[in-house]
Design a binder for this molecule. Structure first.
Ligand code: FEO
Ligand code: CA
Ligand code: CA
Length: 659
């Protein structure tokens, strides 16, 4: 097999994909934008040029004199090197690495002799989302619980020895099988020991690996539809595995949501669909991306052989972690798109609202509102809340209001005349339905984080280098946006997440506050290292404070720092001021921030160390391989490749993180 028969380096594939918007309905609206608002607060004082937002000076939202910060840690500095850094006075301990045992009978990690069987019982690759659920179930125990961790994708070039050499089909198949086993998720039981250090509990009865082959079912409006039937599934209700699990969520009833993001890259042979009814559907998602060669070995990833298989992906998967033998369920009522995450909140009337971003340039922001109400005393009833409800897409107005438009078959343009014959069709082609509703094309919506203390919602918009000056709109105010922005949504009446009306504002517009051309907007008190670019994941601590992680990819030289996590003030005089808390090693991205219920531990996921942007790493300046990586974090042993790992951050004095 030749190199071309294998796979693109995934970092390159991702950036290529994200540079290629697949939304055909984006409008050019320069005239409207002249009158666009930039946000309430003092931000409206900013001079609004009639052309690009680059004309905006990096003015502050508001003066910050006499402001009292809620964070007291000493921030770390921007920079990039081979290891991680955390604020002084904190420990950052590696908890679990790619290849470490998950199942009690898993063998020790041997990178030179990887097998599918071992990988399927060991911690998977590229840890992303992290959820924490206290044990016993229903408790808020901050010292003992289950950690739910997504494994988004695999980075073959640094995973496998001699990757850049030719191999036989059998050898290639073996790599494909290991890749499938390294995808999905892990559930591990962890406990703080007497010294206050987190340990993975061996032989936990809750330990579980979910892979790209695990049996699953589909439920909700699309389940059972003909468009989900395949040669191995006449019911349209079963499938195997979950793909590209990026972020996710823990529901109020303690289940684990895994969001399927870039599922399109796993399928091949799109040319076989030239006259197929799914052609338009698949083009809207870029299905047939061929990032992986799995379709050479498994028919379901070959669109010519199983043309409906790709409709079984792009969903949110719900996992009942109380029973490791439970079958994960793909909840089709939450729509089909490149789901970044699925963070939920219980509305004031008991309905459950799940906020979700569709992470591609010019795609949309969504929320799902359940019809039923959360009942803390009836877990079984809660398990169907994600099957029956309404999915809405966001349309932002320049006057600071936001309309949530329902994606309901038969309403507005979502009719047979436009190719929708049922609610199943609307869910399977969520993006095309949202196009017809004229939702607002966004700068890549990543995590959408509701704050359960303040009821506000934070939308991380990571960047969009393809937005032209005549395509800017209210919440996406910059052309060629390399740095992203964070939009704050206030639900109707301040706390009604079920309402079809909301208001919006900017929290920050990212970029260098010292560079007028950046168009950045931060609090005037922003510190030297408190600014960042490409916000991606986010968490709120239990005091309601916001923490943001970044994913700059090969863009990192534009900020001069590796990715990391920043604490961000959202209330008071320091609103919009950041503080850098943690930094990842070169080539990595920062994922999965999750606090324990006492705010005394912050779990973070260091994803794909040694891969992204290492060509610009001074002194290295080449692509990483298994034999020659830009860093061997976290083991720093010549016998070990770099390993994506979860890190537990605690304060040396046992106090609250960031206190
Ligand atoms: Fe998987 Fe959009 O980050
Ligand atoms: Ca992400
Ligand atoms: Ca990411």
């Amino acid at each position: 097999m030749t190199q071309q028969d294998r796979t693109l380096p995934k970092s390159a594939a991702y950036e290529l994909s994200e540079d290629t918007p697949s939304n055909p309905s984006i409008r050019h609206t320069l005239g409207d934008v002249v009158a666009a608002r930039l946000g309430r607060r003092d931000f409206v004082k900013a001079a609004l040029a009639t052309t690009a937002m680059a004309a905006l000076a990096p003015t502050a939202f508001r003066a910050a004199e006499a402001a009292a910060p809620s964070f007291s840690f000493t921030e770390i500095e921007h920079g990039v090197d081979q290891t991680h850094h955390v604020a002084p006075g904190y420990d950052a301990d590696v908890l679990i690495r790619w290849g470490d045992p998950v199942a009690g009978d898993a063998p020790a990690f041997d990178p030179m002799n990887q097998t599918t069987d071992a990988q399927a019982r060991q911690f998977g690759y590229n840890n992303d989302y992290i959820g924490f659920v206290g044990l016993p179930f229903g408790s808020d125990n901050p010292d003992h619980g289950l950690l739910c961790v997504n494994h988004e994708y695999t980075s073959a070039e640094v995973m496998f020895p001699n990757y850049d050499t030719d191999r036989t089909p059998d050898e290639a198949r073996k790599i494909v099988d290991i890749e499938m086993a390294a995808h999905g998720g892990s559930v591990i039981e962890i406990r703080k020991d007497a010294a206050g250090k987190w340990q993975v509990m061996p032989n936990s009865k809750y330990a579980r690996r979910i892979t790209a082959k695990s049996p699953m079912t589909l439920s909700g409006p699309a389940a059972g539809h003909d468009r989900l039937k395949t040669s191995y599934d006449a019911t349209g209700r079963i499938c195997y595995g979950t793909l590209n699990n990026c972020a996710g969520g823990i529901t109020p009833w303690g289940t684990y949501l895994m969001a399927e993001e870039n599922f399109h890259g796993y399928f091949r042979n799109k040319d076989a669909l030239e006259n197929h009814p799914e052609k338009i559907n698949y083009e809207r998602y870029g299905v047939g991306g061929e990032w992986y060669i799995w379709g050479q070995f498994e028919d379901r990833f070959d669109l010519g052989k199983e043309p409906n298989e790709a409709n079984k992906f792009g969903w949110v998967v719900e996992v009942d972690i109380t029973d490791p033998s439970s079958t994960p369920v793909k909840r089709t009522a939450l729509g089909r798109f490149k789901h970044e995450g699925a963070e939920s909140i219980v509305n004031r009337d008991g309905r459950v609202v799940v906020y979700m971003g569709d992470d591609q340039r010019f795609d949309y922001l969504y929320k799902y509102v359940s019809n039923g109400r959360f009942d803390p005393n009836n877990r079984r009833a809660n398990m169907t809340l994600l099957d029956d409800g309404t999915l809405f897409v966001a349309k932002f107005n320049d006057d600071g209001t936001l309309d949530w438009l329902p994606l309901v078959y038969g309403s507005g343009p979502l009719t047979d005349a436009n190719g929708f014959s049922s609610q199943a069709d609307v869910m399977i082609e969520t993006r095309r339905a949202a196009d017809l509703l004229e939702a607002t094309p966004m700068d890549r919506p990543e995590d959408v984080q509701p704050n359960t203390v303040t009821n506000k919602v934070y939308v991380q918009l990571t960047n969009n280098s393809k937005r032209e000056p005549d395509q800017i709109n209210g919440p996406n105010p910059r052309a060629k946006n390399s740095f992203g922005q964070i939009v704050e949504i206030t639900p109707g009446d301040g706390d009604d997440h079920g309402s079809a009306a909301s208001t919006w504002d900017f929290l920050v517009i990212c970029g260098d506050p010292n560079d007028p051309a950046s168009g950045a907007k931060w609090n005037a008190a922003i510190s030297a290292n408190g600014w960042f670019g490409s916000p991606d994941n986010a968490a709120t601590d239990y005091q309601g404070r916001l923490w943001i992680t970044t994913d700059q990819g090969s863009n990192w030289p534009k900020t001069g720092t590796a990715d990391g996590i920043w604490a961000m003030e959202t209330e008071g005089d320091l609103r919009g001021a950041g503080r850098m808390f943690f930094r990842v090693p070169v080539g990595a991205e920062m994922c999965g921030p999750r606090f324990t219920p006492d705010d005394k531990t912050l779990f973070v996921a260091v994803q794909h160390p040694a891969t992204d942007g290492v060509e610009d790493f001074p002194g290295f300046e080449r692509e990483s391989t298994f034999e020659d990586p830009a860093t061997r974090w976290p083991d720093f042993s010549d016998a070990m490749p770099p390993r994506p790992s979860v890190v537990a951050i605690t304060k040396k004095d046992g106090g609250t993180i960031g206190s």
